[in-house]
Design a protein around this ligand. Structure first.
Ligand SMILES: Cc1cc2nc3c(=O)[nH]c(=O)nc-3n(C[C@H](O)[C@H](O)[C@H](O)COP(=O)(O)OP(=O)(O)OC[C@H]3O[C@@H](n4cnc5c(N)ncnc54)[C@H](O)[C@@H]3O)c2cc1C
Ligand code: FES
Ligand code: FES
Length: 462
């Protein structure tokens, strides 16, 4: 049985775990405010809030209901546009009206829910963060300027928000209905203990890959829900290693102070990965097991020389991908987590990605690098690249060549020759072979231009 609170109502259902939350909301519960657009996580028309009890306190985030398996709602508070009705417009809704930010209105519930999630966050509201919160919402008719103005107005309305108790503040100031205050106690009563894992069942974590590829089949399948398994979540440091649970989401990695110490610009790189709701759902294990040659997290963690924990076996991530969508994983095994060594020496990290759109798009080519320096000399190096081979590629020969070298035009040009021999791109919808080789070169140069701005510039390299 799946039990959760939908708006102000306790739901208990024996519907299949793999049914989409969107269909359940609209067709079982007859709540048509949540719209169906693409059903692929791209448009945001189906955005709802997911509230989770974390250490006894509610935390809300935006998710796309089209890719959420119903089973992932168990023990949660799901809020649709109907769930914020109060007999008057909420300040977010009013900002949309006042700024003419809605025309046909099809996308509007999704935008309103994303900005309501933004209001509920424990961060101060800024224009930048308000606009970032709608990174997963597309409007085809209003134009984004008026939506931007509405978002900006919301940041002004939220300027006095109590970031220690956003729910209390929002209820008190008529942003949310009062029932939000009762959710904590009501969710505590739902049993969220987990059963053992049946290795024959299909694993679903965030669902952002599987629910796009196999949504109909999943309704009929026996599935194992991984996203909320406590033993597969979290980020910690143990014996000099950073250990990340398999079901940790991209947003949780992006916000981790542990990982920010290794990659100070983490947030700016992760903003290039999908959109806020997809990052709130998609997990690290989902990204590597999906084995897309352009998976951004695979490329980032290849550069960090990560290892994959399969329980009894530990496999270096670079040996985990053995062919196009083929993995070094045995029947009955699943990913428990990944880890990478944290060095006491500071390192330099960079990630580059080129896609047709800057945001909410997968890469044509992406690349990451980590360098450890001893003065002028590179003592350790790992470079990875995606979109240039059937697998997310660790550039072993290029990395090896760079070790012991000093950073110079000659070193970079020679390393690029080796890189070009290591890659084997094919022409496809994301670009021709020549274009991808050019991108791989430019991104490789880009690493050095960014990390050594006083030593390297593009003019010298081309
Ligand atoms: C709109 C949109 C934009 C996207 N943009 C990007 C992007 O910019 N960059 C990018 O890299 N990706 C992107 N993706 C792809 C996707 O979001 C990521 O790959 C995500 O990390 C997948 O994680 P998940 O938990 O949702 O996977 P799921 O869909 O739940 O699972 C994916 C696969 O992994 C398996 N699996 C999951 N967990 C485990 C485990 N612990 N052990 C064994 N197998 C497991 C599942 O069985 C399935 O085969 C995008 C997806 C969408 C819908
Ligand atoms: S319907 Fe488009 S994101 Fe869900
Ligand atoms: S108002 Fe029509 S799609 Fe946005």
């Amino acid at each position: 049985m799946i039990s959760f609170i939908l708006n102000n109502q306790l739901i208990t259902t024996d519907r299949a775990f793999g049914v989409s939350l969107l269909d359940f909301i609209r067709y079982d519960e007859d709540l048509p405010g949540t719209k169906i657009g693409c059903r692929e996580g791209d448009c945001g028309a189906c955005t709802v809030l997911e509230g989770t009890l974390v250490d006894g306190k509610m935390q809300y985030k935006s998710i796309v209901s089209c890719l959420t398996p119903l089973g992932n709602a168990h023990g949660k508070h799901i809020v649709t546009i109907e769930g914020i009705n109060m007999g008057h417009l909420s300040p977010v809704q009013k900002a949309f009206v006042d700024n003419a930010a809605t025309q046909c209105g099809f996308c509007t519930p999704g935008f309103v829910m994303s900005l309501t999630a933004h209001s509920l966050s424990k961060e101060k509201s800024t224009k930048q963060s308000a606009i970032a919160s709608v990174s997963g919402n597309i409007c085809r008719c209003t134009g984004y300027k008026s939506i931007e103005k509405a978002a900006e107005e919301i940041t002004i309305i939220l300027k006095d928000k109590d970031i220690k108790d956003p729910i209390g503040w929002l209820v008190e100031n008529n942003h949310l209905p009062a029932y939000f205050l009762s959710i904590e106690n009501r969710l505590e009563k739902i049993d969220t203990s987990k059963s053992t894992i049946n290795p024959n069942n299909t694993i679903i974590a965030g669902g952002t890959d599987l629910m796009v590829q196999r949504s109909e089949e999943l309704v009929e399948s026996e599935v194992e829900l991984f996203q909320n398994r406590a033993e597969l979540k979290g980020i910690k440091v143990e014996n000099g290693k950073c250990i990340i649970g398999a079901a940790t989401t991209a947003s949780e990695i992006m916000q981790s102070s542990i990982i920010q110490k290794v990659i100070p610009d983490l947030a700016s790189y992760f903003k290039l990965v999908s959109s806020e709701p997809i990052r709130n759902m998609g997990t690290i294990a989902g990204n590597i097991v999906n084995a897309s040659p352009i998976g951004d997290l695979s490329i980032i963690f290849l550069a960090l020389n990560a290892e994959v924990s399969l329980g009894d076996r530990i496999v270096p991530l670079k040996d985990f991908f053995v062919g196009y969508k083929k993995l070094n994983i045995n029947e009955g095994e699943h990913v428990k987590g990944i880890n990478f060594a944290i060095s006491s020496k500071p390192s330099l990290f960079n990630f580059e990605k080129v896609s047709k759109r800057t945001h909410l798009d997968i890469a044509s080519v992406n690349s990451a690098i980590i360098l450890k320096m001893d003065g002028e000399k590179i003592v350790e190096c790992n470079v990875s690249a995606g979109g240039v081979s059937p697998i997310p590629l660790h550039l072993a020969k290029t990395s090896e060549y760079l070790k012991g070298k000093t950073v110079s035009k000659e070193t970079i040009l020679e390393a690029n020759k080796i890189l070009q021999e290591e890659i084997s791109p094919i022409s496809d919808v994301r670009g021709s072979v020549d274009y991808k080789r050019l991108l791989a070169r430019q991104l490789f140069f880009g690493h050095f231009i960014k990390l050594f701005p006083s030593k390297v510039n593009l003019k010298d390299l081309i």
